[in-house]
Design a protein around this ligand. Structure first.
Ligand SMILES: [Zn+2]
Length: 501
């Protein structure tokens, strides 16, 4: 998380000079694997973020001298639980850095192994396996979110070849979104064609976001037509309800009014990588002027991304602009752009299909100081470090859609919209693949709740939105009927560990 400090009083927002805030940052565009001279792994990502922080510090000095900053970046700290996970093993401990960015959306390059020699095997099969290997195991699973990549043109080789690979990636590997690259996979002319449409429709049905590479406004318009055609097809009702499309690189057209017309579509968003220098003010000023509050609020439409390793430190231009006097949005706008929007679009906790269901359990106790929760977390982390269980993901609870708050100063708790004390751990037993959600959250009156839930079936948790009315009624009823009140957090930890084993 990036710690920033107000350089003066901002009375309109009740901010005082010296107030410090925590910003939780998500990189929504990041490649791993290898393509020609490009190579990247989790360690490479964290080193890159350390380098970005170094560059931010350098530019901060200059901008403070020019009195250009409204918020001064002063420090970087890791979120407590992910950082503690890294410290449970010596070999992981040395990767506990680069916390400028807290969560990274990772997808393959057009890898050296993306095209199979066997014509009947889907492109990117090996690449998707590798992304899952990196992103769904401790400790990286606390920081990385894997997206699949497919080539829609595989559909012309064999019907459902690309769609099946997408399903395998999401339902078996546990990847959580899809990257499509019309230029690299040579389907710019076929974006509105049947092959791409089948893949994007299936992504909508699976409820996962799709990020498209876009290099110009005509690609953007084609994608808008594709979304429209899915919306207008009565057979695609489920798909359009789940469909969210992110235009990477903002179509490289931040000054084109047609980009903002497209963004009025409730299913379409943009991501900032490649924008630098003067593009940056053009993007944010145009978005604010042209979108305003039509449909979604303008700052809910923009996601921060780096496109590492194709691009490197130019992502700093976005961060510094947001902190500068030039940016006319609020800290809340900043937090949505830098991380909230990406997490809200991903929305659901990690899960894979076809796992045996477990008998759900629900425990509640009082934890006045929060120290009991730390002990419960330590017991769970020790399960992982003992190698019996793997941690597939750590997903924090989020504000319900369209309710993202203004961040609070650290002196008043520092809440920035990410519920760092309320989250879902997805555990997978190494010996038999059993999978479960451990859902820990703070309740009213210093209560601490811990539920053990199936990752499949009717009583699973299917949103990270922290509001009881967002929880499906079957799960709500279950929690009501099966609650066990325990005398202490230690009793809770013992019970939870006993049940898990
Ligand atoms: Zn890229």
């Amino acid at each position: 998380m990036l710690i920033v400090r107000a350089v003066e009083d901002i009375p309109t927002h009740n901010i005082r000079k010296g107030d410090e805030f925590r910003l939780y940052i998500v990189d929504a565009h990041h490649h791993m694997g290898k393509e020609g001279s490009h190579r990247n792994t989790p360690a490479g990502a964290y080193d890159f973020y350390a380098q970005l922080w170094f560059e931010i510090q350098k530019q901060t000095k200059q901008m403070l001298d020019d009195d250009a900053l409204l918020f001064e970046p002063v420090n970087v700290v890791g979120p407590d639980l992910p950082s503690r996970c890294f410290r449970t093993r010596d070999s992981w401990n040395r990767l506990d850095h680069g916390w400028l960015v807290d969560r990274t959306v990772v997808f393959p390059y057009t890898d050296d192994y993306s095209v199979s020699e066997n014509r009947n095997e889907a492109s990117f099969k090996v690449s998707n396996d590798k992304i899952a290997g990196w992103t769904t195991r401790a400790p990286h699973s606390t920081r990385l979110i894997g997206f699949a990549r497919v080539d829609p043109m595989d559909e012309s080789v064999k019907e459902n070849l690309a769609v099946d690979e997408l399903e395998r990636s999401i339902l078996e590997l546990g990847l959580r979104g899809l990257k499509l690259h019309p230029l690299a996979q040579l389907f710019v002319e076929s974006i509105e064609g049947e092959q791409t449409r089948s893949v994007v429709t299936r992504a909508g049905e699976l409820g996962i976001p799709v990020i498209f590479d876009t290099r110009n406004i005509s690609t953007v318009l084609r994608i808008r037509n594709l979304v429209d055609s899915i919306r207008n097809d009565p057979e695609c009702g489920t798909a359009i309800r789940g469909l969210r499309v992110i235009l990477a690189h903002c179509g490289m057209s931040p000054g084109d009014s047609r980009l903002y017309d497209v963004l009025r579509d409730p299913a379409i968003f943009i991501e900032t990588s490649t924008l630098h220098d003067l593009d940056v003010p053009v993007l944010f000023e145009s978005a604010k002027d042209r979108l305003g509050r039509v449909g979604a609020y303008w700052s809910e439409k923009i996601l921060f991304g780096t496109d590492f390793s194709f691009l490197s430190i130019q992502a700093v231009d976005i961060v510094m602009y947001l902190l500068s006097r030039e940016f006319s949005g609020t800290l809340g706008d900043m937090q949505r752009i830098l991380g909230g929007n990406a997490l809200s679009l991903i929305q659901r906790p990690y899960s894979t299909a076809n796992k045996p269901q477990i008998n759900p359990q629900d425990y509640i106790t009082i934890d006045r100081t929060g120290s009991g929760q730390l002990r419960l977390e330590d017991s769970l982390l020790s399960l992982i470090s003992k190698n019996e269980w793997d941690l597939c993901s750590l997903d924090f609870m989020l504000p319900p859609n369209k309710t993202w708050p203004e961040p609070r100063p650290i002196s008043s708790g520092g809440f920035n919209g990410i519920y760092l004390d309320s989250y879902v751990l997805t555990l997978r037993k190494k010996s038999n693949g059993k999978e479960l959600h451990v859902w820990i959250r703070r309740g009213p009156d210093q209560s601490l709740h811990c539920s053990l839930l199936s990752t499949v079936g009717m009583s699973k948790l299917d949103t990270m939105e922290n509001a009881s009315q967002k929880i499906n009624p079957i799960l709500q009823q279950f929690l009501k009927d099966h609650q066990v009140i325990l005398p202490s957090v230690d009793a809770m930890a013992e019970m939870v560990i006993h049940q898990i084993k």
